[in-house]
Ligand binder design. Structure first.
Ligand SMILES: Cc1cc2ncn([C@H]3O[C@H](COP(=O)(O)O)[C@@H](O)[C@H]3O)c2cc1C
Ligand SMILES: O=C(O)c1cccnc1
Length: 368
């Protein structure tokens, strides 16, 4: 656990961090044995076997369920869009928030199919009149332009994390078994790339992508803006809160809180693309154990995402060349995660079939 410094709510956050415990190894072993006795070659379901093992370690028993699912979509705006880093105008954030409550955005469609509820939270958008279905937790109307100063104060970043923790706790109290995280905020691939560059020391030009689809000149500009933001703010890579407040965003802070809160309450969290990935990296740097509660849904087309997943040592379940965000990749992974829990519940064992579990020349046996 790394020490955080500064602001309100900090004690609560420190307590939550202390409540994050390692996975339960015995339950994981129990699930591994259970899977090894099912009527299939050893390990043949690949990552679908790793999932229930992880879920067992999180749940603390070898019968994890993912019946109740939710996606949290944190929404915030970014002062840095003034620099021309996105292909779309800032107003799209608010318009999309409206779209979420109408149930017409990509995340609504995919979450509906996955049987997951969508919770939309305004943590920092420019929207004045927020639809009643949206949870109102605005820290401020958009971040400051990180190209000319810190995006937020330390206190605001802490407030954002705290909001995310409360969100995760509320969902835990409601009996949610599986969480997904997503975001909406025009310009937010810029802070996501900046945070990744600071945390990994990989070059900004290698990490930075076209986000919503800027052209080559736009990409050069975006790289220059990120360089300026990092040079000007000089975030300390060893201090995740410093990185988050200087070159992050409100919705990213909120997602950090969801990740920490969910881990403290032993709920698995499915991360989405590059923005929730940057939040995951920050949560990991705050408390490395939080990583064990994360499941990587997909590999985004945005280059920083691969570096984030490498750093977290997480393997994505899908690679659909998506670059949308909102939690769409997380929603797509939900049915796969559910499949993995049906496997151990519904498949027959070798014993039930009356045949030996392991043939003599199986690959795993020879390697053992
Ligand atoms: C209509 C629309 C819907 C979206 N849903 C998610 N994003 C995604 O794109 C934005 C990040 O990309 P950039 O940094 O290039 O602005 C975020 O809002 C992200 O969630 C969207 C973007 C648009 C335009
Ligand atoms: O990876 C993502 O989630 C992503 C990529 C581009 C734009 N918005 C989101």
């Amino acid at each position: 656990m790394r020490r955080l410094s500064g602001g309100n709510h900090l004690e609560k956050i420190m307590q939550v961090i202390q409540d994050i415990k390692p996975l339960d190894i015995r339950s994981m072993e129990e699930m591994r044995n259970c899977l090894n006795n099912l009527t299939k070659p050893l390990g043949s379901l690949g990552m679908l076997e790793e999932l229930p093992i992880t879920l067992s370690g999180i749940a603390g028993h070898a019968a994890p369920k993912v019946d109740r699912k939710a996606i949290v979509v944190m929404c915030g705006d970014h002062g840095v869009v003034k620099e021309g880093v996105s292909a779309y105008p800032q107003a799209v954030t608010g318009l999309m928030m409206d779209n979420f409550v109408r149930g017409k955005a990509a995340i609504n469609v995919l979450a509906r199919q996955a049987g997951a509820e969508v919770q939309v939270i305004d943590i920092g958008s420019m929207l004045e009149e927020v639809p009643k279905e949206i949870i109102k937790k605005k820290v401020r109307y958009g971040t400051d332009n990180m190209a000319i100063g810190p995006a937020m104060s330390k206190e605001e970043a802490v407030q954002g994390i705290h909001i995310g923790i409360e969100t995760a706790f509320d969902l835990a109290d409601q009996g949610i078994d599986l969480l997904g995280i997503g975001e909406m905020g025009i310009g937010n691939t810029t802070p996501a790339s900046a945070m990744t560059a600071v945390f990994t020391s990989i070059s900004i030009s290698q990490l930075t992508g076209r986000g919503t689809g800027i052209n080559a000149a736009g990409l050069d500009k975006k790289i220059e803006v990120i360089e300026r933001a990092i040079k000007g703010n000089n975030p300390n890579p060893m201090d995740p809160l410093d990185v988050l407040c200087k070159v992050g965003g409100f919705e990213i802070a909120g997602l950090v809180g969801v990740l920490l809160g969910a881990a403290a309450r032993r709920i698995p969290v499915v991360i989405d693309g590059v923005i929730s990935g940057a939040a995951a990296l920050a949560a990991y740097r705050i408390e490395p154990l939080s990583r064990d509660y994360m499941i990587a849904s997909h590999l985004s087309a945005e280059p920083a995402h691969q570096f984030i997943l490498n750093e977290l040592e997480l393997k994505p379940l899908l690679n659909l060349e998506m670059r949308l965000g909102e939690g769409t990749g997380a929603a797509l992974a939900f049915p796969l995660i559910e499949s993995s829990t049906r496997i151990f519940r519904e498949m027959a064992t070798f014993e039930e079939l009356g045949i030996p579990a392991h043939v003599e020349n199986s690959k795993e046996k020879n390697e053992a």
